[in-house]
Structure formats: structure tokens, C-alpha cells
Design a protein. Structure first.
Ligand code: UDP
Ligand code: MG
Length: 329
């Protein structure tokens, strides 16, 4: 039977935590009773430097049910992605699979059953995907669509309408731990792990208490983080722009020569206009080329794993079938 850990990052969540703990506990008990998950399964709450009573509540929960509730307290507020990563890394060696979800239970915990079923079928990663976005505001819906489009153009592989509600097997977690980067954008990194994956569809509810910890400002920063930490294509755009403008400068040259020869210009105009375009283009091109090298350095410093092995077919000697002793010893 599989040991499953639920990983829940919490930042100032005193309003929802008692109820969330109750619901998750009930879910875990139900899964344990049905012999779907083992009795060693746990719920980990990661306190991301909360200023309210969040950690107090977690301590209480652990005190009351030490075999159900675990707590991790980060030294300061590190942000959702880092808190989640911390929880997943703590769970890594202890479980067969970890499921991450938000503390406000906007992610439907009834989808967990299906995630576990897909895990049993041999999937290492199961993505929770929103079946619709009707509960979102028009603004959120259109910006999200735009964001996925941009990410695709930037060459980043992402599962659309999936946030951080997902199941990851032990080896997928081990794979994730090989990613040494500091700027985390998990929903872009997890697909890079590979292995067999599946999707489970669910309807995302409203936050039942407290308010969002992701105001617009944080959301925009998060989107920018996603692009710049996964793609160096913006740098390439500068290069292309530089090439384009430099080429355009030749047309400008021809145009201004014609103007010059037909006597439509004042002295000095032709050479000035051409120079502006030619030099501007060359400068952008040069910045792009330098950027290309910086981009390479950037990706190198992330020290991502070059590969993860999915299977290894290896003939091990049978027990008692010791390797032959060599003549030299
Ligand atoms: N969160 C966190 N650290 C932060 C901000 C948010 O751990 O700095 C957690 C938060 O407690 C919640 C999850 O990230 O469990 C998602 O946040 P929220 O529900 O406020 O975002 P929204 O659903 O509004 O996008
Ligand atoms: Mg939420």
C-alpha cells in the first residue's frame, strides 16, 4: 500500500487552517479505511513565515495527532513556490508520492482519489487541471490565456490551466531535487522532469475564508518570473530586432539617397538618417549577441540535471553467483 503525503504551504492562513485540517484529515481517514493509502501517510503544513497564528495552529494539530499532522516552519516568508518546494523535499524520502495543494482548499480534494488511481496505473506525475474557468473574473481569464500563449511562444512546456495541485511520485520528487535553480517556477519545471504523466480534471472552488495571498502585483511578478527563469527567448528577440533594424537601414539608405539626388533634402540629412538606423540596428544586434552568452551562463548556473534515467536494464549477478575471481589476486 502506498504512503501518501499531502503538502500544504500556508501563509497567514489562520482563517482557513482549522477547517482545512479537518477536511483533509477526514479525507485521509477515508482513504486509509478503504485501504488505498497506508497508515504512515501524513499531512505536512509548511508555515511560510506567517505573521498570524498559523504556526500555533499547526503545533496544536501536531500535538493532538502527531501521526497525522506534520509541520515545517520556514525561518521567513519565502513565497509560495519555495514553501511548497521545501515541503516536497521534506516529504521526498518518506513517501511513495506527495500531493501538493493550497491551504484554502480551492483545489477539489475529491480529485485526490482519481490522482491516486492514476498513480497506481504507473504515472509518476498527475496534474490537477481545471475543467473550466467560469469562477474567474473576465480579467483573470483573459490574462491567464495570454500568459499561456506567451509561454508557448517562449518555448516553455506547460500544462494549461494547471496550477500547483499535483501528485508526484518518489522518483519524480528525486528528479525535482536535481534542479538546483533558486528561482522556482514549479509548473514550468515539473514537465521538464519527464516520466509518464496523466491529468485529472476538477472544478476549482472559491476560497472559503480569508483573502488571497496573491494580489495582482505578486501575480505579475510571478508571470515574469515564469518567463525569465525558464526561457532566454526574450534575449533572442533583441537579436532578431537588431538584425531587422540593420537590414531596414539599407532601405533607409536607398530612400534617403533618392531624396538626396532628387534634391529634397538639406545637407547632412541623408548620412544622419542612415547612420541612426544602421548604428541602432548594430547596437541591438551586439546587445543580443552578448545577451546570448549571458543566457548561456544563466542556464549553466542553474545546473539543471542533463537527464534523469527512467529505467535501467541491468543484469545483476544472482545471489550466490559471485563474480569469478581473477587470476591476479
Ligand atoms: N502562500 C505561501 N506563501 C506566500 C503566498 C501564498 O505559502 O507568500 C500559499 C497560501 O497560503 C496558499 C497558496 O500559497 O496555500 C495559494 O495562495 P492563495 O490561495 O492566496 O492564492 P490564489 O488562490 O488567490 O491564487
Ligand atoms: Mg487560493
Amino acid at each position: 500500500m502506498n504512503t501518501i503525503y499531502l503538502v500544504v504551504p500556508c501563509f497567514n492562513e489562520e482563517a482557513v487552517l482549522p477547517e482545512t485540517a479537518k477536511r483533509l484529515h477526514k479525507k485521509m481517514k477515508q482513504l486509509q479505511k478503504a485501504d488505498i493509502i497506508s497508515d504512515e501517510s501524513r499531512i505536512i503544513f509548511v508555515d511560510d513565515g506567517s505573521k498570524d497564528r498559523t504556526w500555533k495552529i499547526i503545533e496544536k494539530l501536531h500535538e493532538k495527532l502527531p501521526l497525522m499532522f506534520d509541520g515545517i516552519k520556514l525561518s521567513r516568508n519565502e513565497g509560495h513556490q519555495n514553501a511548497l518546494f521545501a515541503g516536497l523535499m521534506q516529504a521526498k524520502g518518506l513517501c511513495d508520492a506527495a500531493i501538493s495543494l493550497d491551504a484554502d482548499l480551492q483545489d477539489d480534494i475529491e480529485a485526490i482519489d482519481e490522482m491516486l488511481a492514476k498513480f497506481d496505473e504507473g504515472n509518476d506525475i498527475v496534474y490537477g487541471v481545471r475543467s473550466q474557468r467560469s469562477t474567474d473574473t473576465f480579467f483573470k481569464r483573459t490574462t491567464a490565456r495570454g500568459f499561456y500563449k506567451i509561454m508557448k511562444h517562449m518555448g516553455v512546456e506547460m500544462v494549461e490551466d494547471h496550477a500547483d495541485f499535483r501528485l508526484m511520485s518518489r522518483r519524480a520528487l528525486e528528479g525535482l531535487s536535481e534542479f538546483k535553480e533558486v528561482n522556482l517556477f514549479l509548473r514550468g519545471m515539473v514537465p521538464m522532469i519527464g516520466y509518464r504523466s496523466a491529468q485529472v480534471f476538477y472544478e476549482r472552488g472559491e476560497r472559503f475564508a480569508g483573502e488571497s495571498k496573491y494580489p495582482l502585483r505578486k501575480m505579475l511578478a510571478f508571470a515574469a518570473q515564469g518567463i525569465t527563469s525558464l526561457s532566454v527567448r526574450p534575449i533572442r528577440l533583441i537579436t532578431s530586432l537588431g538584425i531587422g533594424i540593420f537590414l531596414a537601414s539599407f532601405f533607409i539608405l536607398i530612400y534617403s539617397l533618392i531624396r538626396h539626388l532628387t534634391g529634397h533634402t538639406v545637407a547632412g540629412w541623408t548620412s544622419t538618417v542612415f547612420s541612426i538606423w544602421a548604428i541602432g540596428g548594430l547596437q541591438l544586434l551586439a546587445i543580443g549577441v552578448i545577451g546570448e552568452y549571458i543566457g548561456k551562463i544563466y542556464l549553466e548556473t542553474k545546473a539543471r540535471p542533463k537527464y534523469l534515467i527512467e529505467e535501467w536494464l541491468h543484469g545483476a549477478p544472482e545471489a550466490g553467483d559471485a563474480p569469478a575471481k581473477s587470476d591476479t589476486d
